[in-house]
Write a protein that binds this ligand. Structure first.
Ligand code: UDP
Length: 353
């Protein structure tokens, strides 16, 4: 294992102190990717905190079902829009949270150009909007900026090991570009920016058929299918429950730190151990079967959250047993039709470009 990289001088220019955590009046927040897994939880959180939330989504991988419960709320509005195209929102904005993007390997392989565009052109549009409105913007980055890491655990000073033309490149490189663009707006325009590097997160409202390991295993258990492990199952991941992640993001937004911050749960587990835990939790009688490991599938992933602890006083609280129990309860509540849906996502509003 390579040695941890030494700390480099931060390129981050400090800006003013965080504002009060409670809005004085109905401050307006734009959340892109609002109908997605994380976006919808963010909408809930900001409504709960007393903000007026404007959700935006093009509904390719997101689902209105995730935000249906908010439509009766006068403090919520929804724009059906693709942020890769010019974005206009009337009125003032206090915060923008950019969470629009396909986020699972099978999704971004199916819509690679859309994935590149939302991370690059979409980010540029939203940075421009933030500048025009004098808003603070937080962008959703990812542990994928570390690629298949040679440093373990990964801290924010590590530059990563990414294949620029590999199977995950459309996502990884779009997010790396996003970080560079966001930092340029911060340094050149003095824009208030925040960046969260999100590690594997799970919980209610994940799309059952998005191909990621938590919904994949739980869906297989519920349909009575064998659990598919890719490779030998000795690759590791560290899973964070969604409520913990949202708390970390909320605190980061209100902090005064513009550099990237890891938010995730450092508890690491192999995928094989994880499959065994799911078998126990779901009580499935099915067995584990092995399939080829997709190329560029990272061998190990574990966040170093020292910075988040120090800056935000944040660390995860929900352990995996509890989080998985809540997540399984959600998947169990889905209809038979949803359980058997093979479509990965809807192309309804998407023209291949
Ligand atoms: N994986 C698996 N079986 C599945 C789905 C995923 O073994 O049915 C593996 C996948 O190869 C990866 C890990 O589980 O090593 C996590 O995959 P996921 O797609 O959830 O996210 P990633 O962290 O790879 O982006």
């Amino acid at each position: 294992m390579a040695k941890k990289s030494t700390s480099k001088k931060s390129p981050v220019k400090k800006v003013g102190k965080a504002k009060a955590s409670k809005p004085a009046h109905k401050d307006r927040v734009l959340i892109t990717g609002a109908a997605g897994f994380l976006g919808s939880h963010l909408c809930d959180r900001f409504i709960k905190e007393g903000y007026h939330v404007i959700g935006m989504d093009n509904l390719i991988t997101g689902s209105l079902k995730n935000i249906e419960h908010l439509f009766h709320n006068a403090d919520f509005e929804f724009y059906h829009h693709d942020v890769s195209k010019f974005v206009h929102v009337p009125g003032e904005l206090k915060f923008i949270l950019h969470f629009a993007s396909p986020a699972s390997p099978i999704d971004y392989e199916k819509i690679p150009i859309q994935t590149l565009k939302v991370g690059s052109l979409g980010t540029h549009n939203l940075l421009g909007l933030a500048r025009a409105k004098g808003a603070r913007i937080l962008v959703a980055s990812t542990s994928e900026v570390y690629g298949d890491p040679k440093v373990h655990p990964q801290d924010e000073t590590y530059w990563g090991h990414v294949n620029p033309v590999g199977k995950r490149s459309m996502y990884d490189e779009a997010k790396r570009f996003q970080e560079a663009m966001t930092m340029a707006y911060h340094n050149y325009h003095g824009l208030e920016t925040r960046m969260v590097r999100i590690f594997n997160t799970y919980g209610p409202r994940m799309r059952l058929n998005d191909g990621r390991v938590v919904p994949a295993f739980m869906g297989q258990a519920l349909r009575g299918e064998d659990l598919t492990i890719f490779g030998k199952g000795d690759q590791t991941r560290s899973f964070c429950y969604v409520d913990d992640l949202i708390e970390g993001i909320y605190r980061l937004l209100l902090s005064d730190y513009a550099g990237p911050v890891n938010v995730g749960n450092p508890k690491e587990i192999t995928i094989k151990q994880f499959a065994q835990e799911i078998i126990k939790l779901t009580g499935t009688k099915q067995k584990i079967i092995y399939k080829p490991l997709p190329s560029d599938d990272p061998m190990q992933r574990q966040p170093d959250i020292t910075l988040a602890k120090k800056l935000l006083g944040w660390q995860p609280k929900v352990d995996r047993a509890e989080g998985m129990k809540r997540t399984f309860a959600y998947f169990k509540s889905l209809s038979k039709k949803e359980l058997n849906e093979k479509e990965h996502f809807s192309f309804e509003n998407y023209a291949k470009k």
